[in-house]
Each structure stands twice: as C-alpha cells, then as structure tokens.
Design a protein around this ligand. Structure first.
Ligand code: PEP
Length: 252
C-alpha cells in the first residue's frame, strides 16, 4: 500500500497571537504557490488555535493541538478538554510527546486515557513514542517502544487505530540537532509496524502512518522520508519558519 506522507509542525510554547497569525499567513501564502505531495498539520499553542482556524479553514492546512486532558470538564485548573479543542477547529491532537512525559510526568496510563478520550470525541491523535539516550545505550530501545505502544493503545480497537498517527521520536534527537540516521529510524519504524501487525492485523500495519520526529530539517528530510516505513515527520524547531517547514514537505 502506498501511504500519503504527513508532515506535522509542533510549535511547542512558541509564538504569541500576533506572531502565530504572521507565521500561518506566511505559510498559507507560500504553500498556495507550491505543490507539495503530503498532508500538512500545524499544532500551535492553545491561545492561537481559534484565530488560526479562521485563517486555515478551507485550505489544505489542518489544525491540531499539542495536548489535552481526558476529562470532559470540571475542576481541572489549567487543562483543556477534547471538546474545547474541537470547538476551535482542531482535528488532531499530539499525545504522549516526550516533553509532557518527562517534564510533567505523563505516564503510559494517562496517555492511554487521553488517546481513548480523543478518539471518542472525534479528534485524531498523533501518538508519540521514543526512547531516551540512556535507554538506547542500554540496548532497550525496542522494549521501551513496545511498552509505550502496548500501554498507550490499550483497549483501542482496530477501527479506532485507523484514526491514529504514530510518531517515533527518539528523545535524544528532539531539539538537540542530533538526528537519528535514516537506518536507525527505519529500524524502529519497521519494529513498530511489526508490533501493529502482531497486535492488530497486517492490514492495520500496512495502513498506519508512522512519522519520524527529532531534528528534522530540509537538509535531512528527503533521506529520512525515503525510508520504507517512514511516512512523514513531526517537526519542532524547523516548523517555526515557513520556508524550512515547506522545505521539509518538499522531501516527500
Ligand atoms: C518535537 O518536538 O516533536 C520535535 C521533533 O522537535 P525538533 O524537530 O525540534 O527536534
């Protein structure tokens, strides 16, 4: 099966409202003049989603959020629900990113609850997994990825899996400038695809989009995206400039 590549931009905690509007307008304008062979998702901060949705509505740029909480509403100060994200035009939500895992203590169990909630609310999860440098050096990368995938996808049906993108993001490559080699990334992607085959089915494994994330730039995108099991990229730093984000898309 040929899978259409998906390039997603994770803006992280960057860009206030004015800066967000400027960046997305530039991206929209420049993309309209290009023909790129991939789907495009942007995930700005919560505070910019409502305005950005108005700008990207009707274009090929899809909107996502960077996290959410699994409860519907109530006394959860500082949290954002799935339905709130839907109400401002989000289609996607990043879940299980290594920053909330490591900085805010998000566990596999919590991430699983968020994935289940996102699916039931009609949001499409971009579910991130990845090992730390210490785990890679101990040769337990596959064990860590397996645990994150099995726990994160607990009680997820094959039908629900069709709505999920997996992003393999080695923690040691995120924001460090140290990109995984195409072969290192491909090995883990093939491992993940095989896990999906074992847990779900060959058809599910064939269908699922598995993005690579970790210091992707226009200069390294083409080779990474040329690997058999790499179906796109989740991009941090390089998505904050329209030209470099588009440069990555051109590697598809
Ligand atoms: C990310 O935050 O998901 C990421 C991949 O960041 P960067 O591209 O900056 O490494």
């Amino acid at each position: 099966m040929s899978r259409k590549k998906v390039i997603a931009g994770n803006w992280k905690m960057n860009n206030d409202l004015t800066e967000s509007v400027k960046l997305v307008n530039e991206l929209k304008e420049k993309l309209a003049a290009e023909s790129v062979n991939c789907d495009v998702i942007i995930c700005p901060p919560f505070t910019s989603l409502y305005e950005i949705n108005k700008i990207v509505e009707g274009t090929d740029i899809k909107l996502g959020a960077q996290n959410m909480y699994f409860e519907e509403n109530g006394a959860f100060t500082g949290q954002i629900s799935a339905s709130m994200l839907k109400s401002v035009g989000c289609q996607y939500v990043i879940l299980g990113h290594s920053e909330p895992r490591s900085i805010f203590g998000e566990t596999d169990e919590l991430i699983n609850k968020k994935i289940k909630k996102a699916l039931s609310a009609g949001l499409l999860p971009v579910f991130c997994v990845g090992e730390t440098l210490e785990e890679r050096e101990k040769n337990i990368t596959n064990d860590v990825i397996k645990r994150q995938i099995i726990e994160g996808l607990k009680n997820v049906s094959e039908e629900e899996l069709e709505k999920i993108i997996i992003a393999y993001e080695p923690v040691w490559a995120i924001g460090t400038g140290k990109v995984a080699s195409p072969q290192q990334a491909e090995d883990v992607h093939a491992f993940i695809r095989n896990l999906i085959k074992e847990k779900f089915s060959a058809a599910a494994a064939d269908r699922i989009i598995i993005q690579y994330g970790g210091s992707v730039k226009p200069e390294n995108a083409k080779e990474l995206l040329g690997q058999k099991d790499i179906d796109g990229a989740l991009v941090g730093g390089a998505c904050l400039k329209a030209d470099s984000f588009i440069g990555i898309m051109k590697g598809c």
